[in-house]
Design a protein around this ligand. Structure first.
Ligand SMILES: [Zn+2]
Length: 103
């Protein structure tokens, strides 16, 4: 059906936009423009939500799920929890800790 095809195309475009927005966020963050970087991540997340597209795996750990900050070495603290075998990333801006298993 025409509608289905359209939706798929829209999702592909949405994914492309998410990638571009994250790229921009990374560039802004490296220039010290944290607020702009955060805005880019926020936009990328809302694009993903509107078109029902997930944030690509490689980009998932790069932002804070609490406040949408683009996480860099400056605004996050990463440590390993060897008991739980997890990487813990703490956002300095809002204090949210996200965990991710490693092996
Ligand atoms: Zn945060």
């Amino acid at each position: 059906m025409a509608y289905k095809k359209e939706k798929k195309e829209q999702q592909e475009i949405a994914l492309e936009r998410i990638r571009i927005l994250f790229e921009l966020a990374g560039r802004h963050a490296s220039e010290g423009l944290e607020e702009l970087a955060r805005r880019n991540v926020e936009l990328a997340r809302s694009v993903g939500m509107r078109y029902n597209v997930r944030i690509p795996r490689g980009l998932k750990g790069r932002y804070c799920k609490g406040c949408s900050s683009y996480l860099t070495a400056k605004n996050s603290k990463t440590r390993l929890n060897s008991k739980e075998k997890k990487v813990e990333v703490k956002c300095v801006n809002c204090g949210k800790v996200s965990k991710c298993a490693y092996k």
